[in-house]
Structures are given as C-alpha cells and as structure tokens.
Design a binder for this molecule. Structure first.
Ligand SMILES: Nc1ncnc2c1ncn2[C@@H]1O[C@H](COP(=O)(O)OP(=O)(O)OP(=O)(O)O)[C@@H](O)[C@H]1O
Length: 366
C-alpha cells in the first residue's frame, strides 16, 4: 500500500459479513439431519482503491464464499458490504420492513438484481478452477460476447484488448477455441476477458493454480502492470505464498470463517515464526555448508543443500555469504506453506495469550 493510498477512500467495505449454509447430512442408514455450516463468520475489513490484497487460508476456510458474496453471486446471511458504494444484495440478512415486508419479491428480485448488474459493470472476476469463456468459441469471439454483455464502447474495447493481447502474449491464441487452450493459455485468456470492461476491482480466486513457473511469472507480471497502469484494486486468493510475496504488501488470513490476521507478509511470518528454506546447487558434492550467520544446513543430497533460516529475515545476505565461500551454480528460496504458517500463528497466539504477549510485529493477529 503506498502512502497516498493509505488515506484513500475504501473501495471495498465489509462489516460483520456472514454466510451460513444449511446442509443435509447423513445420520444413520436412512436418516438425514439439517446442519448449519458457518462458512463466513462475521468478518470486517476495508480495502482502499488501488491496493492489492492477498486473501489466504487453508482449504474450506471461507475464501471463495467471501468472494462470491463480494461479487453478488451469493447473498450474505448477515452483515454489510459495499463495493464502490454498491451493496449487491441490499436487505440481505435483515428482516424486511414496511412496504418491502408487504412485497418480499421486491427484496429478492427487482431491486437487488439492479444493484448486482450495476456492480457487475465495476468488477472483474477470475476463478482459476473454472473458465468464464465459451468453451467452443475462439478466444476472440468470447471477447466479442463480453463486449456486448457489458456494452463496452468500441474505442475502450479496442484499446483494452490491444493492451491485454500485448501484455499476455495472446495474439497467436485469438483464433483458437477455448477448449484447445492449455491451462496457462486459458488463464491468460480469462484474465483478459475479466478486464475488457475496465473494472475498478478484480477478484482473483487461485489464478496461478496448476500453472508452470513460466506461466505463473507471466500472470504475476501482468497483474503488477494492470495495477500500476490502471490503479485496479485486486483481491487475490491463493495457496501460493510466492504470489502474495510478489504482488501484495497486505495479506488477510481467514480460518474457519474468521479473519485471524490482517497486515504485511513479513508480520505474518513473524507472527507465525516459521522458517524459509534456501536451496543451493553447488558445483560438486561438499560437506554441509557451515558458518552462514542466521542459517543452518538441514539437508544435503549430492551437490544440493537446504539451509533453513527465519522466515522474516531477508535471503540476500545468506546468498551473498554462501556465494562468497562456495562454488554456487543455482539457488531458490522455498516459502513455508500457508497451512504451516497458520498452524504456527495459532500456536504463537496461544503462547502469547498465556504470557500476555501478542503474536505479530507488523499488522495484527486478530
Ligand atoms: N454451496 C455450499 N453449500 C454448503 N456448504 C458450502 C457451500 N459452499 C461452501 N460451503 C462450505 O463452506 C465452507 C467454506 O468453503 P469455501 O469454498 O468458501 O472455502 P475456501 O477457503 O475457498 O476453500 P478452498 O481453499 O478449498 O477453495 C466449507 O466448509 C464448505 O464446505
């Protein structure tokens, strides 16, 4: 978040948001019972215009459900949300009163649909697991349909398409039917489709899932460019901490439907107290690397060695120290996975509560 943006108006405002699903579960051979699943359990946050925020958490934490409510696909069970000043489901979670009570259809159909349509013009969505493109149509025809659906003016459409084609390398793919695209090509195609109508907010649900290293780098580079050029606000859910590290200065962690952390990634690492791993390939097999301050060698396999170091620490001095004394050929830094960080965040939080200390340095464990 830049300093000018810190004081900017919030583009996304969420207060006490809830989503409860009612599901039927098996209870014995024939009997089924109704159960409530609190997928999102009273979360609140603000996102200023132009910020890129990571939204992470373990499987089933409530990330997709939150995004579906922010896009107007799902109606909240409680709480309040506004995106660019629009509430996609006004009246949701509240009992209708007065004229609305006499005409409940008004709350469920006409008015909310108008708000959802208004919102749809201001947002873009990409679900990594599912395409929004037309399976049998060439990419270009899918874009033409998007143009008509959103009534994008010709000049805006042409300029946006040209820029996306250039940044995402789409020219050779425009005539290819979507079903023939590889996962990485399809994801680039989906990103362009989500941006043709100039949305102010972009929701990305696992945009790099299943992509190889080169495709991931292309997607990340594109998102950085779009955010810098257009000031598009981005909410990004991912299981890949490198996505967050390269794109977001702020990260929110959700677990069991509740926000458990909101702050910088460094603060999350410090709150989690985890370790990262520097993986180095040497020219030849050597005894375990020693004497690198702040790191310890945890594994050796032929010329490859693994050095663990505190996750909040920069890798640069370690790399310099290794390179100065050992014949270094290649290296990479491995992040702890999100599940490990969150488990550590909880363990620290409990310890902190026991000793009266709080977990995080920057940001706050909630
Ligand atoms: N339509 C639904 N009906 C009933 N339960 C649902 C529905 N959608 C989600 N849930 C439940 O709500 C909880 C949160 O699910 P959600 O998909 O939001 O999690 P997530 O954080 O996106 O997980 P993942 O990382 O696996 O995609 C889970 O327990 C899930 O089973």
């Amino acid at each position: 978040m830049t300093d000018e943006r810190a004081g900017a108006e919030p583009l996304i405002e969420v207060d006490g948001l809830e989503k409860v699903f009612s599901v039927r579960r098996r209870a014995g051979r024939l009997r089924r019972v109704r159960q409530e699943v609190r997928a999102v359990d009273g979360i609140s946050f603000r996102v200023p215009r132009g910020e890129m925020v990571g939204y992470i958490g373990p499987n089933g934490a409530g990330k997709s459900t939150t995004i579906k409510m922010l896009t107007g696909i799902l109606v909240p069970s409680g709480g309040r949300l506004r995106i660019a000043g629009i509430d996609p489901s006004p009246g949701a979670g509240r009992r209708p009163r007065g004229r609305a009570a006499a005409a409940p259809g008004l709350l469920r159909r006409g008015y909310p649909d108008r708000e959802r349509t208004r919102l749809a013009r201001r947002i873009g969505v990409v679900f990594g697991q599912r395409t929004t493109l037309w399976w049998d149509l060439p990419l270009k025809d899918s874009y033409e349909l998007v143009r008509r659906m959103y009534r994008v003016p010709d000049a805006v459409y042409r300029a946006n398409l040209e820029r996306c084609v250039e940044l995402l390398d789409l020219a050779p793919l425009l005539a290819v039917p979507v079903r023939q695209l590889s996962l990485g090509q399809r994801m680039r195609g989906d990103l362009a489709a989500a941006l043709l109508h100039d949305p102010e907010v972009l929701y990305l649900d696992e945009p790099t899932i299943g992509l190889d290293v080169v495709s991931k780098a292309k997607v990340r580079g594109f998102l950085r460019e779009v955010n810098a050029e257009r000031g598009t606000t981005v909410l990004l859910t991912t299981h890949d901490l490198t996505d967050i590290e390269q794109l977001c200065r702020r990260v929110m962690v959700i677990d069991h439907g509740r926000l458990v952390y909101d702050g910088g990634l460094d603060g999350l690492r410090a709150a989690g107290g985890g370790e990262r791993t520097l993986v180095v390939d040497l020219e030849r097999q050597l005894p375990p690397i020693e004497g690198v301050p702040g790191a310890r060698t945890v594994r050796v396999d032929g010329p490859r060695q693994w050095l663990a170091f505190p996750a909040a620490q920069s890798a640069a001095p370690l790399v310099a120290a290794v390179a100065a004394r050992y014949p270094l050929v290649d290296l990479s830094v491995r992040e702890p996975d999100i599940e490990t960080l969150i488990a550590e965040l909880y363990a620290r939080g409990r310890k902190g509560a026991d000793t009266g200390r709080s977990g995080g340095k920057e940001g706050h464990a909630l």
